[in-house]
Design a binder for this molecule. Sequence first.
Ligand SMILES: [Zn+2]
Length: 55
Amino acid sequence: MIPPTEIICVECGGTATLISFLPEDGEVEVGDVLAYRCGDCLDRWDVVMEDPLDD
Ligand SMILES: [Zn+2]
């Protein structure tokens, strides 16, 4: 799967951008952990990638 380059910070509602390095093909596996940093509150979020089609 291609991970989102930005997520919504659950702390302040700001935009958190991806700071982890991605593989060359830009794809990650479900279960991989990627780090995001919020540009507003500067909190770091480690997000476990989940299958977006899996409800
Ligand atoms: Zn934030």
